[in-house]
Design a protein around this ligand. Structure first.
Ligand code: PRP
Ligand code: URA
Length: 209
């Protein structure tokens, strides 16, 4: 599928396996999410535009590439997306951070928005939407719809684990969005949880139940 990138790096796979383990506690879970976010961010930002700038080394002056003016916006879907924010900021410290608050209705699994604040000039930025779980795809589609309504054009989506159903929905509704997936899992269960998955990502990152 064009614009869909499923990671196969052994470090990412190993760390996702550790996350899945029900015995992995909150502290370790949060650290692993951040580490995987750095590894995946490295891939997801591989096409950032660069421009040649003049730098003087101790030996001579040369033209050398630096990330060019296109500003990056990191947009976590609350709550669980917060786990990836520091990962991307580690790679691009000058990025701005927007937030989209969505929760899934426990009965219908439909997303409900409760908060949205995006950086200025979103239409000029590369927006990377981060959320560990792509289950039915409802939250990811709502987040991308919202960013497009506000003028966003260049959008990426990054998740740890996707269900085939959610990946298909997001790709079908937004074929222009580049989707980065740590691992593609088997299916959704009757409660729209990803199987085998890792449980509720928000609860595991923040230690709630
Ligand atoms: C989780 C997850 C995604 C969403 C994915 O959030 O972080 O945002 O579910 O499911 P979907 O693809 O079916 O929409 P949740 O609604 O549990 O909120 P939380 O992060 O606040 O716990
Ligand atoms: N949200 C989660 O946190 N986990 C799932 O498996 C599905 C949605």
């Amino acid at each position: 599928m064009e614009n869909v990138f499923i990671m196969d790096h052994p470090l990412i796979q190993h760390k996702i396996s550790m996350l899945r383990d029900e015995n992995t506690g909150t502290n370790e879970f949060r650290k692993l999410v951040e580490e995987i976010g750095i590894l995946m961010g490295y891939e997801a930002l591989r096409d950032l535009p660069t421009e040649l700038v003049e730098v003087t080394t101790p030996l001579e002056t040369c033209m050398t590439p630096m990330i060019s003016g296109k500003k990056l916006a990191i947009i976590p879907v609350l709550r669980a997306g917060l786990g990836f924010v520091n990962s991307i900021l580690t790679l691009v410290p000058s990025a701005k951070v927007g937030h989209i608050g969505l929760y899934r209705d426990p009965e219908t699994h439909a997303p409900h928005e409760y908060y949205c604040k995006l950086p200025e000039n979103i239409e000029e930025r590369i927006a990377i939407v981060v959320d560990p779980m792509l289950a039915t795809g409802g939250s990811a589609c709502a987040a991308v719809d919202f960013i497009k309504q506000k003028g966003g054009k260049n959008i990426k989506f990054m998740c740890l684990i996707a269900a085939p159903e959610g990946l298909e929905k997001l790709h079908k509704e937004h074929p222009d969005v580049q989707i980065y997936v740590g691992h593609l899992d088997r299916c959704l269960n009757e409660n729209a949880y990803i199987c085998p998955g890792l449980g509720d990502a928000g609860d595991r990152i923040f230690g709630t139940k």
